[in-house]
Design a protein around this ligand. Structure first.
Ligand code: AMP
Ligand code: MG
Length: 333
């Protein structure tokens, strides 16, 4: 694997590599993606192989110009167009009817395609220079914690990809929000970096499946929405903060860490002396900062090899929905 910086010359190399069927890991505002030419089924097959991703889990196709939407989507319903015009480029993926040119391997044989126009200038430039659309899932082994820094990608996929463009840490830090716009009432398929509240402002009603209601998340029904995901090797469990403060939940043995929302809570738990380490998602208790820090913290916790991690359930609002969903799925083994 060759690591590239973000100079124009390097981005040209990355774009050319994609165009010639190679795999390029690249920074986006959400997480690092593992990109391949979306119109090249062999290149896309290598993405599935590198990640050990099951073939029934479709990929998101990334574009860098609004005009390119018509290269992958057969049609764009008015509501999807409103979303795209208002919220792209950004951390929003829209499911649309697919054009026949998009290979089945990208969409797992579905007649729809997931499309995103990322805002990260490096991702945009690489996609532009590739001259194609780029199919890119997160650049991590299937089921493991998503990468928000180049070193996360190097550590877990280093031997399996051709290039890694190091663009520093990802600003949003959780994957895109996925909205199915082929339905009469658009449906939330995955909470993510674009807050649901913001999407509602544009399109009004959105169907939110029961698994995303309140604290109870059921099994994920849409393709790829597998329950166990983003999982560190240590056992992770989710609790309300009040339960974390309760001595009754203390597990019998091993080294344990707590992961809570803000610095004040972390200080309170530290005082209890019941955890070997306590981490705050955001010292100041800011949701955007918490989202950006989430996966890097999980990577660190994994590196430190705790036997168990107890994490706090964050509130169901804004990016909190995405954080809670990721922690919930990290807790399913
Ligand atoms: P990843 O790129 O690994 O973050 O995952 C992409 C997500 O988008 C997965 O959860 C997929 O199930 C979802 N997705 C991709 N294409 C489609 C599609 N055509 N219909 C529904 N969901 C999709
Ligand atoms: Mg992923």
């Amino acid at each position: 694997m060759i690591i590239l910086d973000t100079s124009e010359e390097s981005l040209r190399k990355a774009g050319a590599a994609l165009a010639s069927g190679l795999l390029v890991a690249l920074p986006t505002e959400t997480v690092y993606g593992l990109g391949a030419d979306a119109f090249n089924p062999l290149a896309v097959a290598k993405v599935f192989e590198a990640k050990a991703r099951p073939s029934f889990d479709p990929l998101i196709v990334h574009i860098a110009r609004m005009e390119d939407l018509s290269r992958v989507a057969a049609s764009v319903p008015p509501l999807a167009e409103r979303l795209a015009l208002a919220l792209w480029p950004g951390p929003l993926t829209i499911i649309l009817p697919k054009r026949p040119e998009v290979p089945d391997i990208v969409t797992s044989g579905l007649d729809t395609v997931a499309v995103r126009f990322p805002s990260h200038p490096v991702a945009r430039r690489i996609i532009e220079l590739s001259g194609t659309a780029v199919a890119a899932p997160s650049a991590n082994p299937f089921g493991y914690i998503s990468p928000t820094k180049a070193e996360h990608v190097a550590r877990t996929l280093g031997g399996k990809i051709d290039f890694l463009v190091d663009g520093g840490p990802c600003a949003v830090g959780v994957e895109s929000t996925v909205i199915d716009a082929t339905k009469e009432i658009p449906e939330l398929l995955r909470p993510g970096g674009m807050p649901l509240e913001r999407i509602r402002e544009i399109v009004g009603e959105i169907a939110v499946p029961p698994r995303f209601h309140g604290s109870e998340s059921g099994p994920m029904a849409s393709p790829g929405q597998l329950s166990s995901h983003y999982a560190p090797r240590s056992a992770l469990r989710l609790f309300e903060f009040s339960s974390l403060c309760d001595a009754g939940i203390f597990p019998p043995q091993g080294r344990g860490a707590a992961l809570v929302f803000d610095g004040e809570r972390a200080a309170k738990l530290e005082l209890s002396g019941r955890f070997d380490a306590v981490f705050a998602l955001s010292e100041k208790g800011e949701m955007t900062e918490a989202a950006a820090a989430l996966f890097a913290l999980l990577h660190n916790l994994d590196f430190l090899e705790f036997d168990w991690i107890y994490a706090e359930k964050v509130p169901d609002e804004g990016l909190g929905r995405a954080i809670k969903d990721r922690l919930f799925r990290a807790s399913r083994k």
